[in-house]
Write a protein that binds this ligand. Structure first.
Ligand code: PXG
Length: 460
């Protein structure tokens, strides 16, 4: 790689050739990309030498932080030993086998099998095929429908985007594919004002039952959800929500799928989000945190209920990817999971930095712009409002979230904006002192956003 280009040169070549994901290409070309050159711990450095606190862990993935030697060495060793071999034709590689074994250990007890993919989106495509295959084998081929939620994010492939509940994505390319239905999300600010959290959790879960009855239970294959909706804006459901979803799935014999791409591997303070929220899923999608994002890897944990049918009655499952069980990716995942264990990161999020972040977020509630401030483990969300008492939103055309995000970038902090929600998901290795540093930056950026709003008369 040539490293002697200036920022302007990088930007010119970037916009000439590189089509970025989820990007308005022309708008980016006008502005120029921010070029990230290196990273260490929880910090990034851009091509202008600015140090940035990465409160989004790359893209919800760098859980062990940047620069971890154990992962780098595992990749290097495996590249030398065996950079690639496939798992198709009755072959396997030691890292893939060992990772399958280790995943069975760290996941809830019903999970003893894994199907590897290259990403979370591919994992959710696998889910759709596997769920439908399961019911086919059982002689119930009419069980096709998978129920998901509005504002869910399950990836960008045809099936992933269809399962997702993002209307903008559905509008591009004729989605969703047939047999996918959506219900409302458990977002109290949107749907549950005037109800207690517990009441609203039950109401929102019962939208699933309504949908099942409207479709006909004999046609419903599965329900899929993220324990906490990540890309949708860190929507943390009430404690009553997931147990009620579990009860409804059990009642109608419907498979429960937990998309753990963001919540998995410690983010919520347990190994998996389903453990934090009290469900027993039949299938789990994972990606991101499995390798801390150092190298692409995803997969589906297959619970005993489904695995038994696929293995004992299924014959050939005609599905798989070149990189299913990629040895280098699996070697990095092994090193990553071992490091998470050695550093006790999951317990640390549960007992120490998670509760600490929660207290810090509580203290932000007094800020004039902050309508709600919530955390779950090491995920946090602030709702920016015009009026704290009524939670009245700003005019969407003002893009208040983007204004705030602009201040964050300019002040050395990466915090995401999803509409009016400002969200974080810092690396699990973040220390209390670094949380203090992050909170000072967040407060400063909120103050700058407030000053803009006052100056421009947006609060009137
Ligand atoms: N499921 C969930 C819950 C995710 O968050 C995927 C599936 C798809 O994973 P892949 O590896 O195919 O990207 C994701 C990905 C955002 C953002 O804007 C979030 C994701 C991806 C890109 C952007 O927060 N999550």
């Amino acid at each position: 790689m040539s490293t002697n280009r200036t920022t302007a040169q990088w930007q010119a070549v970037d916009s000439a050739h590189f089509l970025h994901p989820f990007t308005d290409f022309q708008a980016l070309a006008r502005k120029g990309s921010r070029i990230i050159e290196r990273a260490e711990g929880i910090y990034l450095w851009d091509s202008e030498g600015h140090k940035i606190l990465d409160a989004m862990s790359g893209l919800w993935c760098v859980n062990v932080g940047y620069g971890q030697r154990a992962l780098i060495d595992a990749a290097t060793r495996q590249l030398q030993e065996l950079p690639f071999y496939n798992a198709f034709f009755q072959t396997a590689t030691p890292p893939a086998i060992e990772l399958a074994e280790l995943l069975s250990e760290v996941t809830p007890p019903q999970f003893n099998h894994v199907f590897f993919t290259g990403s979370g989106s591919e994992g959710n495509d696998t889910i759709v095929r596997m769920v439908r295959r399961y019911w086919d084998i059982l002689g119930q081929p009419e069980r096709q429908v998978i129920i998901s939620r509005q504002n869910a994010y399950h990836g960008s492939t045809m099936a992933g985007a269809s399962l997702g509940g993002m209307s903008g994505m559905h509008a591009q390319g004729g989605l969703p594919i047939p047999g996918i239905e959506h219900i409302g999300q458990p977002y109290r600010v949107e749907h549950g004002r005037g109800m207690s959290h517990d009441e609203f959790g039950l109401v929102a879960a019962r939208w699933l039952e309504d949908k099942i009855l409207a479709i006909g239970a004999q046609k419903v294959a599965a329900f899929i959800g993220e324990p906490v909706q990540g890309a949708g804006g860190v929507i943390i459901p009430p404690a009553t929500y997931w147990p009620e979803i579990q009860r409804i799935c059990d009642k109608y014999g419907i498979l429960l799928v937990s998309d753990e791409v963001i919540c998995g591997f410690g983010r919520t303070g347990r190994w998996f989000g389903c453990e934090t929220f009290g469900t027993r899923p039949d299938l789990m999608t994972f990606a991101k945190g499995v390798t801390s994002g150092y190298i692409p890897l995803g997969g589906v944990m297959v619970g005993d209920r489904v695995a038994k049918v696929l293995i004992e009655q299924g014959g050939e499952f005609e599905h798989g990817y070149t990189y299913s069980g990629h040895p280098v990716a699996c070697a990095v995942a092994l090193a990553n999971i071992k490091l998470v264990r050695e550093l006790g990161l999951v317990q640390r999020v549960h007992d120490d930095v998670g509760p600490y972040l929660a207290r810090c977020y509580e203290s932000l509630r007094d800020h004039p712009l902050v309508g709600t401030a919530e955390t779950c483990g090491l995920m946090g969300a602030l709702l920016l409002v015009k009026d704290k008492a009524t939670l009245a939103p700003f005019d969407p055309s003002l893009s208040i979230g983007m204004v705030c995000r602009g201040h964050c970038f300019a002040n050395g902090l990466i915090m995401r904006a999803v509409g009016n929600r400002m969200i974080i998901a810092p690396p699990l290795v973040i220390t209390r002192a670094q949380i203090d540093e992050m909170m000072a930056l967040i407060r400063r950026c909120l103050d700058l956003t407030l000053a803009d709003a006052q100056r421009e008369g947006w609060l009137a």
